[in-house]
Design a protein around this ligand. Structure first.
Ligand SMILES: Cc1cc2nc3c(=O)[nH]c(=O)nc-3n(C[C@H](O)[C@H](O)[C@H](O)COP(=O)(O)O)c2cc1C
Length: 159
């Protein structure tokens, strides 16, 4: 079935949180804005993130089997523009980060993090659903998570 304007506009009514999805392979780090994120199990604690197959992060998560989801606070919304871009060096410039259990970068100025080991990859359409078990998680500061409503746009998966 063809995707038409009604479908696209209706998909735009889904609301999401905004996260920086990070990963690390050896000395190489990367991060990207991800919004297709959800908890999918309580015990064990599992989360999923939908990543388009052409993302560099896709290749890295596939190869390393690790990722972290950094939860952005409303006040961190300025981080969206740098982590939606293509240059990994620019993305982390001037930002403090550390590693925890898996080695994926944890951004120190964000609201909270979930450090995850990949448990399943579901190949679906033009995205892959990466499912990860949360190995470690913590709240880093007080604040309110940012959503697509604050950002004013919704990621539709188009490019
Ligand atoms: C608000 C917003 C939400 C996004 N959500 C996703 C997402 O859930 N999945 C995805 O694959 N790309 C998403 N993107 C696009 C990626 O962040 C962007 O393509 C990034 O440059 C990919 O980086 P990489 O190729 O270095 O991994 C989103 C972008 C924005 C601005």
């Amino acid at each position: 079935m063809e995707i038409n304007e009604n479908i696209i506009e209706t998909l735009g009514k889904i609301t999401y949180g905004l996260y920086v999805l990070t990963t690390k392979k050896g000395e190489e780090i990367n991060g990207m804005i991800a919004s297709w994120v959800s908890q999918v199990s309580f015990s064990p604690p599992l989360v999923m993130v939908g990543v388009r197959k052409n993302r560099y992060s896709h290749k890295m998560i596939d190869e390393t089997g690790i990722f972290a989801l950094n939860v952005l606070a409303k006040e961190d919304i300025n981080l969206v523009s740098r982590f939606k871009g293509p240059d990994p060096k620019e993305k982390f410039k001037g930002l403090k980060w550390k590693t925890k259990a898996t080695g994926a970068p944890i951004l120190e100025e964000t609201l909270a993090y979930m450090d995850c080991k990949l448990t399943d990859s579901v190949n679906t359409g033009d995205h892959t659903i990466f499912i990860g078990q949360i190995i470690e998680a913590d709240i880093l500061k007080e604040g309110v998570p940012v959503t697509s409503l604050d950002y004013g746009k919704v990621y539709l998966g188009q490019s």
